[in-house]
Design a protein around this ligand. Structure first.
Ligand SMILES: NC(=O)C1=CN([C@@H]2O[C@H](COP(=O)(O)OP(=O)(O)OC[C@H]3O[C@@H](n4cnc5c(N)ncnc54)[C@H](O)[C@@H]3O)[C@@H](O)[C@H]2O)C=CC1
Ligand SMILES: O=C(O)[C@@H]1CCC=N1
Length: 263
């Protein structure tokens, strides 16, 4: 299956890097075009991908066209390449805030798989939502799911929940990195080097996430397990909550969802 990328920025490259790392797609089967030849051509060359001179050339070459561009240009771009989307070809789009109904306004008969990935696909640890339109066949959906199962977890998500998923998985790597950086900064305040503090904070975060996934306990029970009576952890938890930790996280997620919904 030949896969063509329209746009090869942060998210497009994270997906390509993940596929190459996991050997899920051969580099020769990937075609890319984006706005700046000085950026995508060297990226394509170093990874053995096909650099194409236009979006239309990508759509002509590929069996599946991946939209990895910003929301404001996505519909016009799809409209422009639509003549190349002949029978059997389909589209994967990761564009936030655009629904399957939005794509139908410019390309009503084109099979579309709407996804919401996150950047952790680059290391095979992504979390990707999937939903197909009516024109997408079961085989095309299965092929799309297989591509993203290769670089992390996938979940079929109703479109009404995409904006919430986008906040909790698409944007949340930034929030978790923020949390790790904040912990590391506290470590620096107390005399550790930034590099050592970041590694300690990241490993503790990784292990805690694995524990939540593998344990049969809910996070609040796990919190209690760490908090010795009269101990250090409960003192820290209460100070964090006094500063509004939970409210701050919920407000951040609310703002993310509101932005995606254009509110
Ligand atoms: N960055 C992330 O973590 C995530 C991003 N997304 C979605 O992925 C999409 C891309 O986001 P990023 O990669 O972060 O943005 P980016 O700014 O890093 O990349 C955008 C790419 O589009 C290219 N481009 C601009 N105009 C073009 C045109 N007319 N034709 C072809 N290519 C063009 C740029 O050269 C660049 O390669 C957005 O719609 C975003 O909502 C979804 C999930 C996570
Ligand atoms: O910040 C953004 O708009 C995109 C969507 C999800 C993650 N990054």
């Amino acid at each position: 299956m030949k896969i063509g990328f329209i746009g090869a920025g942060n998210m497009g490259r994270a997906i390509i890097d993940g596929w190459l790392k996991m050997k899920a797609v051969a580099p020769a089967d990937i075609y890319v075009h984006s706005a700046h030849a000085s950026s995508y051509e060297p990226y394509a060359k170093v990874n053995g991908l096909n650099a194409m001179e236009s979006n239309l050339a990508v759509a002509n070459a590929a069996d599946v066209v991946v939209l990895a561009i910003k929301p404001n240009i996505a519909l016009d771009t799809l409209k422009a390449v639509q003549p190349a989307l002949t029978a059997g070809k389909w589209v994967i789009t990761m564009v936030s805030g655009l629904s399957l109904a939005d794509y139908a306004t410019v390309a009503p008969d084109v099979p579309v798989l709407r996804i919401m990935p996150n950047v952790n696909v680059a290391i095979g640890a992504g979390m990707t939502a999937l939903i197909g339109n009516a024109a997408l066949s079961a085989d095309q959906y299965a092929a799309g799911k297989k591509l993203f199962d290769a670089i992390g977890e996938t979940s079929e998500v109703a479109e009404k929940d995409f904006s919430t998923f986008s906040a909790l998985a698409g944007s949340s790597p930034a929030y978790v990195y923020f949390f790790i950086d904040a912990m590391a900064r506290a470590g620096v305040k107390h005399g550790l080097s930034k590099a050592a503090a970041t590694k300690i904070a990241a490993q503790a975060t990784l292990g805690s996430a694995e524990m939540v996934l593998k344990s049969d306990k809910i996070p609040f029970d796990l919190i209690d397990q760490v908090s010795s009576p009269g101990g250090t952890t409960v003192a820290g938890l209460l100070a964090m909550e006094e500063a509004g930790f939970m409210t701050s996280v919920v407000k951040g997620i609310d703002a993310t969802i509101a932005k995606e919904l254009g509110e």
